[in-house]
Design a protein around this ligand. Structure first.
Ligand SMILES: C[S@@+](CC[C@H](N)C(=O)[O-])C[C@H]1O[C@@H](n2cnc3c(N)ncnc32)[C@H](O)[C@@H]1O
Length: 192
């Protein structure tokens, strides 16, 4: 057995070309994407939040796993990169794109809790962590990636990751598991 995904969102090649043309290199790995699709599929009628849309590769994976009753909100600061996702995925009525700072969005959000939160940018991960976790429904999942050392990490980033892992794993209200796989993931499920 190997762990290369064998099912891909049909729009993925187009998004990859757009990412390359835009010089965007931060899209999720395909193994992470395949996990996103499975987690989305596990929540029929689910409410899903992605923090950091990028060009929409994670968004496409999530949509590929979601059923027709599920809904996804994806938030991005850089309107130029998000525009790629809007163009390729915006006709899908299950997704809502929000433009702006993820931290401000998290603070202002007053809607229902989410069954799955993919926190793939600073807010909701290295800042505004408490607020992002508050928005996870009981039994819901919080997922982060890029936790294994990467060549481009700025000085001190390893300490931030270490602190984040300790904070998440020290919580009584979430049960978490580390996955030293793909870019390094942590999945936490609200247990209380
Ligand atoms: C790792 S990439 C997201 C990749 C995407 N989730 C995927 O799976 O393909 C992180 C994104 O967060 C965006 N970003 C950076 N700071 C942000 C902020 N304060 N609020 C919202 N998005 C932000 C970046 O522009 C970038 O597109």
């Amino acid at each position: 057995m190997n762990d290369t995904p064998n099912t891909f969102p049909t729009v993925l090649p187009t998004l990859r070309v757009a990412a390359r043309n835009a010089g965007f290199t931060m899209s999720c790995e395909e193994r992470t994407g395949s996990l996103l699709a499975v987690l989305a599929a596990a929540r029929p009628g689910g409410r899903i939040l992605e923090l950091g849309t990028g060009v929409g590769e994670g968004t496409a994976w999530l949509l590929s796993g979601m059923d027709q009753a599920s809904r996804l909100v994806t938030v991005e600061l850089d309107s130029a990169v998000q525009q790629v996702a809007r163009e390729q995925l915006g006709s899908d009525p299950r997704v809502t794109f929000a433009a702006g700072d993820g931290g401000a969005w998290l603070e202002a959000y007053k809607g229902e809790l989410f069954d799955l939160v993919f926190a793939d940018t600073w807010p909701g991960k290295f800042t505004h962590l408490e607020r992002a976790l508050e928005l996870v429904a009981p039994g819901g999942t919080y997922l982060i990636d890029d936790l294994c050392p990467q060549p481009g990490w700025p000085d001190g980033h390893g300490s931030l990751v270490k602190r984040l892992l300790a904070e998440l794993e020290g919580r009584q209200d979430f049960r978490s598991v580390r996955l030293a796989w793909a870019s390094g993931l942590l999945m936490a499920v609200r247990s209380a």
